[in-house]
Design a binder for this molecule. Structure first.
Ligand SMILES: Nc1nc2c(ncn2[C@@H]2O[C@H](COP(=O)(O)OP(=O)(O)O)[C@@H](O)[C@H]2O)c(=O)[nH]1
Ligand SMILES: [Mg+2]
Length: 313
């Protein structure tokens, strides 16, 4: 099964909701009235896209078609266009499907540093391996830093990936200071002339103040080696957690100044609509999506393609 197919399967629930709803609700030849719009708004919200996004779509439909005879195709097109706009936000330039590295910030010189954080079990370590793989496939030299020193298994997991990828890893004994690992990771990257260094971290909740402070300490320590580090601070989210993840992600991302999102497990039972809510409410772009457990199961998040996958039969 191709990546796009897996993405489509992850979006199946959302697709079905949208498709049957539009068919049920909007009948060609009838007048588009407030009752229908309100009903559709409720159903949009049920896709997990969030109240704000649903309201925006409904406003657009009301403006363009309210009180007029329904043209189902035109309505479809408006819903699609509006979704693409919502997902693009202010960064239309980020997504060049021909350039899979295009969403990642780039250091003006020396190694680009990527700090990866998020709640436990969301897919941080796996996403790091996938990103490293993508970078290497594009001819980049990568260093990994095993900053999740909290669990011995986490260091082993990243080590295993580094061996499979054939890239350098910086690790310390479990229980070591994660900031020290990040520091050495940056040093190593400079020393061997790597293009990227990616730093793994232990899972944490935005409510655990000491652990959030620790992330900021990691940032400061990295800056001792590379002054403008981290260039990219990625927050990994688990797409299967639905709306719950949104508010959590919001406070997390503000606390540690995230620059982008990786949405893992979009192949699962996710309600794909949540991507829209996240984009709408977070103010930072979704850069990559994870669609499986294997190293190649990472896709550039392309709003256009995403919306097409949502609507395609
Ligand atoms: N189906 C699926 N599973 C994933 C994806 N990303 C990660 N996982 C799985 O989720 C589990 C936790 O991943 P891990 O990277 O260890 O999470 P971490 O604790 O945030 O580092 C593992 O079993 C991964 O194989 C994904 O995109 N799709
Ligand atoms: Mg991990």
């Amino acid at each position: 099964m191709g990546l796009l197919d897996r993405l489509k399967r992850g979006l199946e629930k959302t697709k079905q909701l949208l498709r049957t709803d539009v068919r049920d609700l909007f009948r060609s030849g009838e007048i588009l009235d407030e009752r229908v719009l309100e009903e559709f708004e409720g159903r949009l919200i049920r896709t997990d896209m969030g109240v704000a996004a649903a309201a925006r779509i409904i406003d657009r439909l009301r403006e363009e078609y309210g009180g007029r005879t329904v043209d189902v195709d035109a309505i479809w097109k408006t819903v699609r266009d509006e979704l693409i706009d919502l997902l693009r936000g202010n960064e239309p330039q980020l997504w060049d499907t021909n350039q899979p590295l295009s969403p990642l910030a780039k250091a003006p010189s020396g190694p680009t540093t990527i700090l990866v954080a998020g709640v436990n079990g969301v897919g941080k370590t796996t996403s790091i391996a996938k990103i490293a793989n993508l970078l290497q496939k594009n001819g980049k030299k990568v260093v990994l830093a095993a900053g999740d020193t909290f669990r011995a298994a986490a260091v082993e997991q990243l080590t295993m990936w580094s061996e499979r990828l054939g890239c350098t890893i910086v690790r310390k004994e479990s229980g070591a200071d994660p900031a020290a690992v990040a520091y050495e990771g940056c040093q190593k990257a400079v020393e061997i002339g790597a293009d990227y260094v990616i730093i793994d971290t232990a899972g944490r909740l935005q409510t655990q103040k000491n652990l959030m402070d620790e992330l900021n300490k990691i940032r400061r320590v990295m800056q001792k080696v590379i002054p403008d580090a981290p260039h990219e601070s990625l927050l990994v989210l688990d797409a299967t957690t639905g709306q719950n993840g949104v508010s959590q992600a919001k406070s997390f991302s503000t606390a540690v100044q995230c620059t982008g999102l990786v949405l893992a497990k979009l192949d699962g039972t996710a309600r794909g609509g949540v991507v829209i809510a996240i984009r709408q409410e977070m103010g930072i772009p979704v850069k990559y999506i994870g669609v499986g457990e294997q190293i190649d199961d990472l896709e550039l998040f392309d709003p256009h393609r995403f919306v097409e996958a949502l609507f395609e039969k």
